[in-house]
Ligand binder design. Sequence first.
Ligand code: DHB
Length: 511
Amino acid sequence: GGLALNANASTGSTSTSRDDGLVFDPDAWRKLTTTVTDTQGTEHEVTYHFWKAVTYVSKPVDATYQSLIVSAPVEIDGTAVDASNAPILLANSVGGYMPSSVTDATGVGAGGMGGGGGAPGGSPTGTAAPSASAASNANANTNATGGATSSNQLLALAAGYVVIEPGARGRTLKNSSGEYYGTAPAAIVDLKAAVRYIKSNKGRIPGDVERIVSAGTSAGGALSSLLGASGDSPVYDRLLKEIGAADASDAIFAVGAWCPITDLEHADGAYEWNWGTNTLATGKQVDQAVSKELQSQFAEYQASLKLRGLNGFGALTARNYDEYLVKQYLEPSATTYLAALSDSDRETYLAANTFITWKNGKATFTWADFLTHVGARKKTTPAFDAFDLSTGENNLFGAGTTQNRHFTAYGAKNDTTGLTSKRVASDIPEKLHLMNPMHHLVEKVNGRRSKHWWIRLGTNDTDTSHVISANLAAAAKGLGDEVNHLYYWDQGHGANTDPGDFITWIAEVTG
Ligand code: DHB
């Protein structure tokens, strides 16, 4: 391991006629090494050029967040590699719609340390690279959001791809006047600005800027899908101009999204349709009258989407979605899981989970039994637009000096915080469109969207409804896009148990 500063670092870029200052310096790297353990358990020595945080907008609101880091492999297992035209993995580390920063990152994999602070990949002091931590991150089938993201980054680097990790503003940021400046739609505007920066630096920044594959988990997965769905949409132009984004396309090639927490304004109904009868961890049931009302809102919404299920399922409705999830996703997920077990491990699992019928190498079960198997729901009702304004999403839709706001008519109508207005604020409808990939796939079909979608979700994940990612997949597939969507059996929120397959998929779709 170790560090070598590029001798040319101070010479900068030679030819540019740009006046926005957003010129990437191709020579400002330092050389780092890391050891990446692949999914077969084989270690790979990766030497890479690392560019520490550069600000991607010319009028940053807060450069701590509006910056990105770049890692490009130059040698893998002793063989020189040229990543100048390789696919670019654009890996965000957003979690919980919180701020995410890479300004302190000292190597690839900024997401691995939580909150985007440190990084396992390299050392700024030139001491031995902490390869053990990099390896364990790549290896980890972890339920932690950052771990999942970090696996992708390290494996991508070891596969010869360029890894770019953008920070973004998040919902809790507040300036000295008490104004929230990272609430919706700040994070997606920032990620688009990062893409514009990359594309405007074609030929200077390593990698093929026409083959950007975005990746993110949870809120980061939501933003990743939104980035793909909304590519080049003019509705963000004013906001991008305000922060001095580069004048370039923000369309990306492909989307990787793990457990995307998206379609927020419809997520309360979808959640009750899915988990309505599951009790909370306390053993208590949620208010069933509220749950039922939200379920009927979901039925109406689902019908309005006019989506068809994958593999010829037909129209997806609140009446048949349980059957669809079981047949399309859950049984195949359990089958894959059980088929991979040894005979004795499978017997043990099946003995402990008698709701599963295992016959001819296939798992079958009912929706009701699946719900019982998952057990406690994570969130009360409404799960996203809480009557008492207590959720992270209430904060996400805060504005000005108001920390938390309602973003659904139902939430506003039932407000318990003493608000005089029982309606959502007038700026909310537009912000919902700016934050929702479904808007760009269904209501206003965006021809500049990504045409390749990798979507993953743990079957035990009750952070949102299982229909959220299934609807995203169905919407993209319905438009003719290539969709690779699987549920991970018995995995919780943030799981990424097949990162090697994602890396292979990138090669396939970009090849
Ligand atoms: C995340 C989790 C949530 O339950 C949510 O509502 C929003 C974001 C997350 O892990 O990013």
